[in-house]
Design a protein around this ligand. Structure first.
Ligand SMILES: CSCCC(=O)C(=O)COP(=O)(O)O
Ligand SMILES: [Mg+2]
Length: 230
């Protein structure tokens, strides 16, 4: 019998192909960003993001900075906030629909139905996470999750972030399983006492990280950690 009560999931490279982010989401936000910054200049989140960009790179052109961060896939809060706002209209209009890995919806539904608690921890903003799972090819999966954590809780490579997630959920660290494609994130979760497993997605060419458990997909996670399967 598994002692896991909560599964905490990364998104990019774990439940969603990196190519979907790089080839679909990023070009979309790059394209609409100039209009967004102009038309939503009074939006409180836009104001905060622009102030953060100016503080980090005084005197820079915000659009150039955002494009540079996007090209390097940097997980910085102002970029993630503005990308989330940019994708909103795309998902709500039907122009965007999240192409999750084919095993994801079935496994998440089975885990949820069996009483496992589910939460997201991604660098993408919490509102962008809700859009992705709300407008996915497998339908609206947001009701399966009890929480959507983003960089507001702290960086994903810092153990304290995982301790905070554990405290907020009221679940002991060793009863939480964190799934991610990034070794440094798994190290931080492990340091906080969580169980951790790296998703090795063939499509993403994930390089196996030494010293952690590996799984090919969420069904493989179910098998290895004795979680409910559909
Ligand atoms: C709502 S996540 C969209 C993809 C994204 O921008 C991102 O940064 C995901 O990073 P992750 O921490 O899920 O690997
Ligand atoms: Mg990831």
């Amino acid at each position: 019998m598994s002692s896991i009560r909560l599964v905490l999931l990364d998104i990019e490279g774990t439940t969603l192909p990196i190519s979907f982010v790089k080839d679909v989401l990023f070009p979309y936000s790059d394209r609409v960003m100039p209009d967004l910054l102009r038309e939503q200049a009074d939006h409180p989140l836009v104001k905060v993001a622009l102030a953060d960009i100016e503080a980090a790179h005084p005197g820079c052109d915000p659009l150039d900075q955002l494009r540079a961060w996007t090209q390097r896939d940097e997980k910085v809060a102002p970029l993630k906030t503005l990308q989330g706002l940019a994708w909103k209209a795309g998902f709500e209009s039907g122009a965007l629909s999240a192409r999750l890995y084919p095993d994801v919806a079935e496994a998440l539904r089975a885990w949820h139905e069996a009483g496992l608690r589910l939460a997201v921890y991604s660098s993408g903003s919490a509102s962008a996470q809700r859009l992705l799972y709300g407008y996915s090819d497998a339908g609206d999966l947001t009701p399966l999750f009890e929480a959507f954590h983003d960089l507001d809780i702290g960086g994903k490579k810092i153990a304290e972030s995982y301790r905070e997630i554990s405290a907020r959920a009221g679940v002991a660290p060793h009863e939480i399983l964190f799934l991610s494609d990034v070794g440094a994130e798994l190290d931080a979760a492990h340091e906080a006492g969580l169980k951790a497993c790296q998703l090795i997605r063939k499509e993403d060419g994930t390089v196996p990280y030494p010293g952690v458990r590996h799984a090919a997909d969420l069904h493989d996670v179910s098998r290895q950690f004795e979680l409910p399967v559909s």
